[in-house]
Design a protein around this ligand. Structure first.
Ligand code: NAD
Length: 360
């Protein structure tokens, strides 16, 4: 059966890095039996230029009909003056909502070859391989009521609501337990149950779920401690699961442990395993069009897509091994190159991954 993948290159470096990811998909098709049909559509600034909307209706329809979506990145200074509803980032939010993507998976992997790229000591981070599962469609970013109002004493006050239903917690919990089951079988649930009732319920639901997953070791950690542990001894973690707000912050901190955002993929999944896959970085307007962007985060997003939506874990392994081979050979784009060394460009890096895939 052929899988349908909707490809959304987006803006800035998006089309350049997606081009390399497509070469990898083409190689898997011709050499390793992958059956996929690719559809392309504009999103973000490109969507606005195409049809006056950051998420054109036809793009959303294609994304909803596909088995998986591969996104480059959106945004750029030329669209910053637009009304908020027309800005490129709204395209992303519309995709998340329209595809009901409630689970955001952010791996932080530090390839041993790049241990020196981290600001932490190599012996603390070398071999790091953790996964943060962030709830993406609920919590304080969406809770009602919210706003800015005038109090009786005339002062303005801002307010937001942190709210999670049992069902929402259960849903993200199941995703995280399933992922832990297929990795190191350790899950750390991060909350602030000592202060926030909402996350007291979070802890209760996670604990209850844990009884259904006796093969996964469940621990709980307060978010302040989790932030500290991430920079103190990050290798203690296998999978972490947490709320939208905590996950937003912790996943960025975890990303920085690895030293380069050009290396990190991500996934956002719905309850049936359909998902959107994208590098964690933005559209990098400062280097767009120069052919120097690192395509590896996007190529590794393809690996996640094969693993989590297309049920092709062996092909995912192949891509990850090919990336490892290329790093072993010493190839580096400028963002991960050591000072004084000769970096390669976006295309050379993509070609090298394809060559490694062919030879594996
Ligand atoms: P950014 O991630 O685009 O860039 C931050 C820095 O990292 C820049 O110096 C950039 O050159 C570098 N960088 C990013 N990706 C790289 C890669 N693959 N290879 C080498 N270097 C890379 O973040 P920003 O500058 O804050 O945002 C730029 C635009 O991207 C904004 O319009 C922002 O809204 C948008 N954005 C989009 C997404 C997304 O599409 N998911 C995420 C974040 C930011």
């Amino acid at each position: 059966m052929s899988h349908i993948i909707t490809i959304l290159p987006g803006d800035g470096i998006g089309p350049e890095i997606i081009n390399e990811a497509e070469k990898v998909l083409a190689c898997l098709q011709s050499e390793h039996g992958l059956a996929v049909t690719l559809e392309h559509a504009p999103v973000g600034g490109a969507g606005y230029e195409d049809s006056g909307k950051p998420l054109p209706d036809a793009t959303l329809a294609l994304a909803q009909a596909a088995d998986a979506v591969l996104l480059g990145s959106v945004g750029g200074p030329q669209w910053e003056h637009l009304d908020r509803a027309l800005r490129p980032e709204q395209g992303l939010l519309g995709l998340r909502a329209g595809m009901q993507l409630f689970a955001n998976l952010r791996p932080a992997i530090l390839y041993p070859q790049l241990a020196d790229a981290s600001t932490l000591k190599p012996d603390v981070v070398s071999g790091l391989d953790l996964m943060i599962v962030r709830e993406l469609t609920g919590g304080i970013y969406f809770g009602q009521p919210r706003g800015i109002r005038t109090r009786d004493d005339g002062q303005l006050e801002g307010y937001n609501t942190l709210v999670y239903s049992e069902g929402e917690i259960d849903r993200i919990g199941r995703s995280a337990f399933d992922i832990a089951r297929n990795r190191g079988r350790r899950l750390c649930s991060v909350d602030k149950a000592n202060v926030l009732e909402c996350t007291e319920l979070w802890r209760q639901v996670m604990t209850q779920l844990g009884t259904e997953y006796p093969d996964v070791e469940l621990t709980h950690m307060y978010v302040d401690n989790a932030a500290m542990q991430l920079v103190r001894a990050p290798r203690q973690f296998d999978v972490m699961v947490t709320t939208n707000l905590f996950g937003d912050i912790l996943s960025d901190a975890a990303a920085m442990l690895t030293g380069s955002i050009g290396m990190l993929p991500s996934a956002s999944l719905d309850s049936s395993g359909k998902g959107m896959y994208e590098p964690i970085h933005g559209s990098a307007p400062d280097i767009a069009g120069q052919g120097v962007a690192n395509p590896l985060a996007t190529i590794l997003s393809v690996a996640m897509m094969l693993r989590y939506s297309l049920d092709e874990p062996a092909l995912a392994d192949r891509i990850e091994q090919a990336v490892g081979t290329v790093l072993d050979r010493g190839l580096r784009t400028p963002d991960i190159a050591a000072a004084g060394t000769d970096p390669v460009g976006t295309r050379e890096m993509g070609d090298a991954v394809v060559a490694a895939l062919r030879n594996n």
